[in-house]
Design a protein around this ligand. Structure first.
Ligand SMILES: *[C@@H]1O[C@H](CO)[C@@H](O)[C@H](O)[C@H]1NC(C)=O
Ligand SMILES: *[C@@H]1O[C@H](CO)[C@@H](O)[C@H](O)[C@H]1NC(C)=O
Length: 461
């Protein structure tokens, strides 16, 4: 490891520094090429290993205070999925953070979520982005349990470092495989709170989330078919001979059957790799297609790459001056990458349903929003909508807002349905798997309504 900078200062300093001085030590003065702003940014590492004063396993965070009046705004932890993709590069710099890289500079994102909240972006688990484990055997078989535990320790220690945020309403938001990370972390927080209440957890927002593997993955066939990406006959094969959940299960347990292999190659041939599966209407980001075709062999499933890779973000985060400004360092990898190249995640964890955890969280008083970018074929809206509807039935929540459109300005932002006052579903019209990337304005309206605990705007404005 390089010795340039680290979150944990010498013991002497720890003894004389107050917590707020410590948090100042990770304040970002200014990011290279950044327009002037009035809000504070902080970034650095939180040790999540057993020994707090060691540098064994550090998770990297980027924290952006709310643009106005941070003291009165909630704290929101944002997580991207993968598993193994970066919340810094995808979430903060491509989706809902305050800036987006453009050439040598950063430009303001007018619809940044720090207009509504204090946003905390976490690169997790260790091995993702700037997060690391000094003991690289940690990467060999990382699973949901290990990730949730580290995320809990992270939040606990982060709040020690930023005690002014301890009483704030806390929300967790994220997308894709974070449909596993978020409920699992929230469950540990609720358990922790029973011993000592330190997390003021109010709600979860899950975007195009993996919540129940078979329902989520098998809704892909109908999505492809109804959007004209596959033929009638291929649809038939993809639903009756080998469905997608079977294919993925076989693939990750190294037991791919010839029949599934044949069905999948027919599906792949018809859908074409020149259509972005994360947004079937968006023109494909050509460079990402080419890089994905290098990284992923044709047989691999697409979920390992969580984003239409933004070359500008990769370039920006790999600049030495940017890394210095972020207090970030590369440990055990030559380059910062969108998705981890060292992590060996237990992909069969995909099969563990988290929708049941969501149900118990709602019962313990945590509000949940499931939202879907409606152009995503990877985790299509239809699967998520079915899962939410069935969950509402199971836990006895009645519809309080029947399925209807919601508005953003003078346009339909999507559709929504609310169950009781705890569970809601919404689509974002025209949005991809990374909804705030492709529909930033609509996504911000959704986010603001979610935090306020209000139904989405009902009237044309
Ligand atoms: C914790 O880590 C510090 C710094 O590496 C080390 O000096 C100390 O001995 C460790 N403590 C234990 C209990 O291992
Ligand atoms: C899809 O595959 C699963 C195995 O993952 C199987 O249990 C299920 O019956 C299949 N569903 C359909 C509709 O073929």
């Amino acid at each position: 490891m390089h010795s340039s900078y680290h979150a944990w200062r010498p013991l002497l300093l720890l003894l004389i520094a107050t917590a707020s001085q410590l948090s100042l030590s990770e304040k970002i003065t200014s990011l290279p090429g950044q327009p002037q702003v009035s809000f504070e940014q902080h970034s650095g590492y939180i040790e999540v290993g057993d020994n707090v004063s060691s540098k064994n396993r550090g998770l990297f965070y980027y924290f952006v205070e709310a643009e106005m009046d941070p003291a009165s705004k909630p704290l929101v932890l944002w997580l991207n999925g993968g598993p193994g993709c970066s919340s810094l590069g995808v979430g903060a710099f491509s989706e809902n953070g305050p800036f987006r890289p453009s050439g040598q500079n950063l430009v303001r994102n007018e619809y940044s979520w720090n207009k509504e909240a204090n946003m905390l972006y976490l690169e997790t688990p260790a091995g993702v982005g700037f997060s690391y484990s000094m003991d690289t055997s940690y990467y060999d078989n990382v699973d949901d349990k290990m990730t949730a535990k580290d995320n809990l320790v992270f939040l606990q220690r982060w709040l020690e470092k930023f005690p002014q945020y301890k009483g704030h309403d806390l929300y967790i938001a994220g997308e894709s495989y974070a449909g596993h990370y978020i409920p699992q972390l929230a469950q540990l927080m609720v358990e922790y709170n029973q011993k000592q209440k330190i997390f003021n957890l109010k709600g979860l927002a899950l975007g195009n989330p993996v919540l129940e593997f078979a329902t989520d993955f098998n809704s892909r066939a109908e999505y492809f078919w109804s959007h004209g990406l596959i033929s009638d006959s291929t649809y038939k094969l993809f639903t009756s001979v080998c469905n997608y959940s079977r294919y993925v299960g076989e693939y990750y347990s190294d037991s791919l059957s010839p029949i599934c292999s044949r069905v999948m190659s027919q599906v792949t041939r018809e859908t074409s790799r020149f259509v972005d599966k994360y947004d079937v209407t968006l023109d494909v980001c050509i460079s990402s297609v080419l890089s994905q075709s290098l990284v992923i062999s044709p047989k691999q499933v697409g979920e390992r790459i969580d984003v239409c890779v933004e070359d500008e973000t990769i370039n920006y985060l790999n600049r030495k001056d940017v890394q210095n400004a972020l207090h970030a360092e590369l440990n055990g990898v030559a380059k910062w990458g969108v998705c981890s190249s060292v992590l060996n995640y237990d992909f069969l964890n995909l099969r563990n349903p988290t929708i049941t955890i969501v149900g118990s969280l709602i019962k313990s008083g945590i509000r949940v929003l499931v939202y879907s970018g409606d152009q995503d074929s990877v985790i299509p809206l239809t699967g998520s909508r079915t899962l939410v509807h069935n969950l509402a039935n199971k836990i006895g929540l009645k519809t309080s807002v029947p399925y209807r459109v919601w508005f953003e300005g003078k346009q339909v932002g999507g559709w929504t349905q609310v169950y009781g006052d705890m569970l809601s579903f919404a689509t974002i019209r025209g949005a991809s798997h990374e909804a705030p990337f492709s529909q930033p304005e609509r996504s911000l309206v959704l986010f603001a309504s979610f935090l306020a605990g209000k139904p989405l705007p009902q009237t044309f404005q």
